[in-house]
Design a protein around this ligand. Structure first.
Ligand code: NAD
Length: 448
């Protein structure tokens, strides 16, 4: 049973959502929230805004909206801040991103979007090779950047009159960095900041600054950022919730729905070939092999964890898995992802599944950012800190406690999320056993 300690405190006052990166995802989120507030658009895809939760038995008919069940910050109480190495405000950046219709969704809120100007970024081109930033913090001292970011956070909170803040990394994918010695303890990591160590990427400085200021942090990209032991130690020490990494939007979302089906029905897998074309700035950044490697690692691990070849060697020991991302400018943000899946059934007969997902990257990502921000704020008000595994639902490479494998199956993740909300509010967990509808003596049976 939950103790009083975890009862969520009410969401009073303003919530500031701080976004490192004011690109396609961020501007689509910001515009969407403002359009929804003005009744000019619907927040489709957001579980916090549209989802319901079943409480009690199926016969009770209790299905409140999640936002009525748990105390979440209201859309009207949200304010936005951002950093970006490009100086364009949210209006210009939204136009550049080319996600939203200029006349229907950008011009009507032009003034609002223009009011969001990016703060100078902690940016170093060695970590995102394809970008050249001009709106950047001076010098190269990592300690000075971390201090300046902390100062930005405090100033923003003061100027906007925020009661609480959360930060969600929506910046570009940085080059691949494997966790090393300096990432193992907070002490080693802080020393590395002071020594301007190469393995301290800018995204880690944002995460560090946030946690030092007691601000919950989620990482929407596949780079490490907050996903290493030193940061988890800091999150625990300062009592701050964290989540990461890499928004689960297009192809991986489909993968984490289809592959559990194969395993549930004991169908074998010979190969899964995934390829994408996309032409936004994210696609351009991922055209650099070092940034792509970070993404590839994140996308590849999903199948191994879901299919568990060690438990089902006959079905999944040798499947071939390939993921490709191709930068193709004509498509802009309208990504197309193809999957060719070679499966095997009764008596080893081969079959195939083909998926062609014509999606819109940022349209799928924006509601995830909103939900992560609102749920992290809830976690913080509920005295939850460290890794929030119940938010894996939104992420391609979920962070977990040491020694635990990540749960990738979307519907297990959804159950974990909803059961966490039930737990926080002192409601019964739903196990889906359901025998009580059929057996009179099920309570007695449970007792023996
Ligand atoms: N859209 C999706 O479906 C999706 C899914 C999973 C992950 N992501 C990740 O989300 C991130 C954002 O995606 P996007 O489509 O908005 O990309 P984008 O290129 O449009 O925007 C990223 C922004 O981050 C800025 N940036 C880079 N380094 C920075 C730094 N050090 N500090 C502050 N800003 C910095 C860039 O200048 C750019 O404006 C990317 O890392 C992407 O891989 C997106």
């Amino acid at each position: 049973m939950r103790t009083e300690q975890y009862t969520p405190r009410p969401a009073e006052g303003r919530l500031g959502i701080l976004l490192p990166g004011l690109g396609a995802v961020s501007t689509t989120l910001i515009a969407g929230v403002e359009l929804a507030r003005r009744g000019l658009g619907r927040p489709i895809g957001s579980v916090t805004q549209m989802g319901t939760i079943r409480l009690g038995k199926r016969t009770e008919g209790r299905h409140p909206l999640i936002k009525d069940f748990v105390p979440l910050a209201g859309m009207e109480d949200i304010v936005f801040g951002a950093w970006d190495p490009f100086p364009q405000d949210a209006y210009e950046s939204a136009l550049n991103a080319g996600v939203l219709d200029k006349w229907e969704h950008i011009e009507p809120i032009k003034d609002f979007l223009q009011s969001i100007k990016p703060m100078p970024a902690a940016f170093d081109q060695r970590y995102v090779k394809k970008l050249e930033g001009i709106n950047v913090k001076p010098g190269r001292s990592k300690r000075a950047w971390a201090d300046a970011l902390r100062e930005d956070i405090r100033r923003f909170k003061e100027e906007k009159g925020c009661d609480r803040l959360v930060m969600v990394w929506c910046g570009s994918t940085e080059v691949f960095i494997k966790p090393g010695e300096i990432h193992q303890t907070l002490e080693a990591f802080e020393r590395a900041i002071d020594e301007d160590h190469d393995q301290v990427a800018p995204s880690m400085l944002y995460a560090y600054a946030a946690l030092m200021e007691g601000v919950p942090y989620a990482n929407g990209a596949p780079n490490l950022s907050v996903d290493f032991p030193a940061m988890v130690e800091l999150a625990q020490k300062n009592g701050v919730p964290v989540a990461g990494k890499d928004f689960k939007t297009g192809q991986t979302l489909i993968k984490t729905v289809l592959s559990p089906m194969l395993k549930a029905r004991m169908l074998g897998l010979d190969g899964w070939f995934s390829t994408n074309i996309l032409g936004n700035r994210d696609g351009e950044v991922l055209d650099d092999p070092e940034s792509f490697k970070t993404k590839e690692e994140s996308k590849l691990s999903v199948l191994e964890h879901i299919l568990q070849p060690e438990l089902y060697p006959e079905l999944y020991r040798n499947f071939y898995h390939k993921v490709r991302i191709n930068y193709y400018p004509p498509r802009g943000d309208a990504k197309e992802g193809w999957d060719n899946i070679d499966i095997r059934g009764w008596l080893d007969y081969p079959m195939q599944i083909k998926v062609d997902f014509l999606c819109r990257d940022s349209i799928l990502a924006a509601p995830i950012v909103l939900d992560l921000a609102l749920f992290l704020d809830l976690a913080s008000r509920s005295s939850l800190h460290g890794i929030q595994e119940w938010l894996s639902f939104y992420l391609k490479s979920p962070m977990t406690a040491e020694g635990l494998y990540p749960e990738h199956d979307l519907f297990i993740q959804q159950m974990k999320l909803k059961n966490t909300l039930r737990w926080l509010m002192g409601e019964e967990q739903i196990t889906h056993l359901g025998l009580e509808y059929y057996l009179d003596n099920v309570q007695e049976l449970a007792a023996v």
